[in-house]
Design a protein. Structure first.
Length: 139
């Protein structure tokens, strides 16, 4: 089950059912199943606090993923800064919804086991993100 929440901001994701189908399709394509996933939309300040409190990182980010997966069942919390998503969309010249979809699938890919610490890892994640974004556009 995928649930959506907001912390310290007003944001409502449109087309949640379509988004859930897409994320389940991504999971299935990677031979995984959706367990309990919470997507928490928040502000830059909120995500900075989470980053400092739980990861001891003193910087802003667009997403923090907490992994509670067991075997092939994907479970976790995805904290997404709507402020950072908006800024990234403007910086990269993309639509807000496209950037938000990229960040959501990025978090799901982390739960699946993909990482982004090396240039090679980053390239693979970007390839996967682009592939799954194209699939969503086709839904």
């Amino acid at each position: 089950m995928i649930c959506y929440f907001q912390e310290d901001i007003r944001f409502e994701l449109k087309q949640k059912m379509q988004n859930n189908r897409w994320l389940k399709m991504v999971a299935g394509s990677e031979m995984r199943r959706i367990g309990a996933i919470n997507i928490i939309f928040c502000s830059d300040n909120y995500i900075l606090d989470v980053n400092m409190k739980y990861l001891q990182h003193d910087y802003f980010t667009d997403i923090i993923t907490f992994d509670y997966c067991e075997k092939d069942i994907l479970s976790g919390d995805l904290f997404i800064s709507i402020d950072s998503v908006r800024e990234n969309a403007a910086f990269y010249g993309t639509q807000f919804t496209d950037e938000l979809n990229r960040v959501m699938v990025h978090g799901l890919l982390h739960l699946i086991g993909y990482d982004d610490h090396t240039e090679e890892d980053i390239a693979l994640m970007r390839q996967k993100e682009n592939y799954y974004l194209q699939l969503k556009a086709a839904l």
